[in-house]
Design a protein around this ligand. Structure first.
Ligand code: HEM
Length: 456
């Protein structure tokens, strides 16, 4: 309810248990708890999660207020602490002047023109996957499309941004990240009482961290040995000098940033692609329209940068896939001072929950929200929708630095692979969204790959 002044008391919300509040329910099924709170309590819902208190915000005006207009009053929430401990204090997890400095160093690598120039590297990596898929198609054996997309996006980040490879760590990195994602996703909603105990789970996590560290150190060392003076992100990070002190980044800081880019750049984009291929496999009519578009525009050759404006349905399919399955499904902020949201006071120290998964399924902005309908992104059907109702990349100063990079990569990939192949989910395989830090398919995504001939 919106009123002129600040309402006394706190907004309504689910009752939860004494002391623990909604902690156990959230540990069991986080998206269900947030969806249910939004449905029952409207724009602002009060949530107590163990020792933490905060509001789930689902009015785009309030989301905009926290992420953009009053962003200076917020920091990333303490729920990110385990992520910070795992990745280190880098672009994704740091705050204030330090964050701003790191963002300024990295930003030029993501300018539109520079991203456009990377399209060739991306297209080549997609072409290589296509060659592998021809062989896989002939075996008629299913493969996990999540693993395939992870392999693709890792290759692209390594070649396009870091100019490096992971040598002996290549085959171990995806498994290591899966362990870390599960551990961090789980610890988001735990009281952290067993952190640091030598449980098998914690030991697996430490081993995964060591693999990641080894991989990143290998990539940096290799690049140093080559003495390569590239103009990619890694060179920018290596050669950056502090404006005041003239000092370059320490080795440790460089390692943190490379880790951040390796993971942030690979994991989310691969999930966006995996969910897209899943949705296409379930919606034959959309898939056929998409195949019609790519066949007509590409005429049998792989997609290139200049083709993309002529492939608008392909782009809408990706947008709609990230609506239903936003890879970064939820994030949160902590108030540095009191604020007012939807007519309620948010006290200093409390949290604001911004949940793309929930925002993207609000019937107010998305009629028939569970339906896969890429045409809802047609300009004429989007005109009345508030910008902050769709947030796959976040918003405001902390918006994803890699959003153009990811969209370019996804667009090229879906167009090229949909022209050459048709993917079918293994019949009867259960598919369930698993909200860790990112939104993964809980039971994997085994699909068979079939070669298709483009219709010209
Ligand atoms: C579909 C793919 C992607 C999705 C859905 C995604 C999503 C997001 C979101 C939601 C945030 C903001 C989190 C918050 O506000 O708390 C973020 C931040 C970030 N993303 Fe992405 N991302 C994607 C791809 C990428 C790529 C390709 C890169 C790098 C190559 C990247 C690097 C980063 C970094 C470094 C940040 C932190 C930016 C900052 O705080 O200044 N992301 N991403």
């Amino acid at each position: 309810m919106r009123t002129g002044g600040v309402a006394a008391g706190r907004p309504p919300g689910p009752r939860g248990l004494p002391v623990l509040g909604m902690l156990l329910a959230i540990r069991r099924d986080p998206t269900a708890v947030f969806m249910d709170a939004a449905r029952r309590f409207g724009d602002v819902a009060y949530l107590k999660i163990g020792p933490r208190r905060g509001y789930l915000l689902t009015n785009p005006a309030d989301v905009r207020h926290v992420l953009q207009d009053n962003a200076a009053n917020y920091r990333k929430s303490p729920l990110y602490d385990t992520l910070r401990q795992s990745l280190g204090n880098g672009l994704l997890t740091s705050e204030g002047a330090f964050w701003l400095r790191q963002r300024r160093i990295a930003q030029p690598a993501f300018h539109r023109q520079r991203i456009a120039a990377l399209a060739g590297v991306m297209a080549e990596a997609v072409r290589e996957i296509g060659v592998d898929w021809e062989a896989i198609a002939s075996t008629k054996q299913p493969v996990d499309i999540g693993d395939e997309m992870m392999r693709l996006t890792r290759t692209v980040v390594l070649r396009a941004l870091l100019g490096a490879n992971l040598g002996p760590f290549t085959s171990r990195i995806d498994g290591a990240w899966k362990v870390m994602n599960e551990h961090i996703g789980d610890s988001f909603w735990s009281l952290g009482l067993t952190n640091g105990w030598p449980t098998p789970r914690n030991r697996r996590f430490q081993a995964a961290r060591a693999v990641l560290r080894g991989a990143v150190e290998y990539a940096i060392r290799q690049r140093r040995e080559q003495g390569a003076e590239g103009d990619d992100l890694l060179s920018m990070l290596m050669h950056a000098r502090d404006e005041d002190t003239g000092e370059s980044m320490t080795d440790e800081q460089l390692r943190v940033e490379v880790t951040t880019f390796l993971l942030a750049g690979q994991e989310t984009t691969s999930l966006a692609l995996t969910w897209t291929f899943y949705l296409l496999s379930q919606h034959a009519a959309v898939r056929e329209r998409l195949e019609g578009e790519v066949d007509a525009v590409l005429g049998g050759r792989p997609a290139a940068y200049d083709d993309l404006p002529n492939l608008p349905l392909t782009r809408r399919v990706i947008d709609e896939s990230m609506r239903l399955y936003p890879p970064a499904w939820g994030f949160s902020r902590q108030a540095l001072g009191d604020d007012e949201l939807g007519g309620y006071r948010l006290p200093c120290g409390w949290l604001a929950f911004l949940m793309p998964y929930v925002l993207h399924r609000l019937p107010t902005h998305w009629p028939d929200p569970d339906r896969f309908d890429p045409d809802r992104f047609l300009p004429e059907r989007s005109a009345d929708r508030p910008k902050f109702a769709y947030l796959p990349f976040g918003a405001g100063p902390r918006q994803c630095i890699g959003n153009q990079f990811a969209l370019l990569e996804a667009h090229l990939t879906v167009a090229t692979l949909a022209q050459g192949f048709r993917l079918t989910l293994v019949p009867g395989h259960p598919v369930e969204a698993w909200p860790l830090i990112t939104l993964r398919p809980r039971f994997g995504m085994p699909m068979t790959i079939e070669r298709r001939r483009a219709r010209h």
